[in-house]
Design a protein around this ligand. Structure first.
Ligand code: COA
Length: 183
C-alpha cells in the first residue's frame, strides 16, 4: 500500500448515513485527490482505472449528509474515502488482498475507514477469498490498530518494502474466523 500520514481531525461525529458502494469511473478523480492528500507516494491515476472492476473497489459516498468538504485541501465531491481489494486464485484457498484504503483527512476518525474495511472483507469473502492479506507501513500505527481490531495478525516484516526505504508489516486475516455479519 502507499504510505500514510497520521493527521486526522479526531473526535468527530460518526458518519452513519454515509453509503458504502462500488466505485464508478465518475469517482476516480475524487479517489485520486484523496490518494494524493494522504500518501507521500500516491498511486498513479491509471492504477485506479485498471482496478475499477476489482471485486472490492468501494467508496464512501457523502450523499446528502453535508459532511465537511474542502477544508483539507481536497476539492468537494462525492467520495469521502475508498478501499481497493482483489482476489487471487490459490488452489481452492483464494487470497484476498487489500491493496489501498484511505479516508479524506477532514472525514477521518468517524468510523468510515472501519466501515470500508469491513465491507471490502465481505465482498472478498463473497468472491471466494479464504484469507486476506495487506501490507502496512511500520510507522502507520493508526492503520495497524484498525487492522488488528478487525482480526488481522502480523505475519511477517518486509525490509525496505516502500520506495523511501521503510519496512512493511504483512498482516493476514483468516476469513473463516471473521464474523461476516460485520460487513
Ligand atoms: C487508516 C484510515 C483509513 C482509517 O480511517 P478512519 O476513518 O480515520 O478510521 P476510523 O474512524 O474508522 O477508525 C478506525 C480505527 O482506526 C484507529 N484510529 C482512528 N483514528 C485514530 C487516531 N487518530 N489515532 C489512533 N488510532 C486511530 C482506531 O483503532 C479506530 O478505531 P476506534 O475508533 O474504535 O478506536 C485513515 O486514517 C487514513 O486514510 N489514513 C491515511 C491513509 C492510510 O494510512 N491508509 C492505510 C494504509 S495501510
Amino acid at each position: 500500500m502507499p504510505g500514510g500520514e497520521d493527521d486526522a481531525d479526531g473526535g468527530a461525529e460518526p458518519a452513519s448515513s454515509v453509503e458504502i458502494r462500488p466505485a464508478t469511473r465518475a469517482d476516480l478523480l475524487d479517489v485520486f485527490r484523496i490518494e494524493k492528500a494522504v500518501f507521500e507516494q500516491p498511486w498513479p491515476f491509471a492504477a485506479f482505472e485498471r482496478l475499477l472492476e476489482a471485486p472490492a473497489f468501494l467508496v464512501a459516498d457523502v450523499g446528502e449528509t453535508g459532511l465537511p468538504a474542502g477544508d483539507d485541501g481536497v476539492a468537494a465531491g462525492n467520495a469521502l474515502g475508498y478501499v481497493v481489494a482483489d482476489v487471487t486464485p490459490n488452489h481452492g484457498r483464494d487470497i484476498g488482498h487489500v491493496k489501498d484504503i484511505a479516508v479524506r483527512p477532514g472525514a477521518q476518525g468517524r468510523g468510515l475507514g472501519r466501515r470500508l474495511l469491513r465491507e471490502s472483507l465481505g465482498e472478498l469473502a463473497a468472491a471466494g477469498a479464504a484469507v486476506v492479506k495487506l501490507e502496512v507501513r511500520e510507522s502507520n500505527h493508526r492503520a495497524q490498530s484498525l487492522y488488528a481490531d478487525e482480526g488481522f495478525e502480523p505475519a511477517r516484516r518486509i525490509q525496505r518494502y516502500y520506495a523511501d526505504g521503510e519496512a512493511a508489516f504483512v498482516m493476514a486475516l483468516d476469513l473463516n474466523s471473521w464474523p461476516a455479519e460485520r460487513a
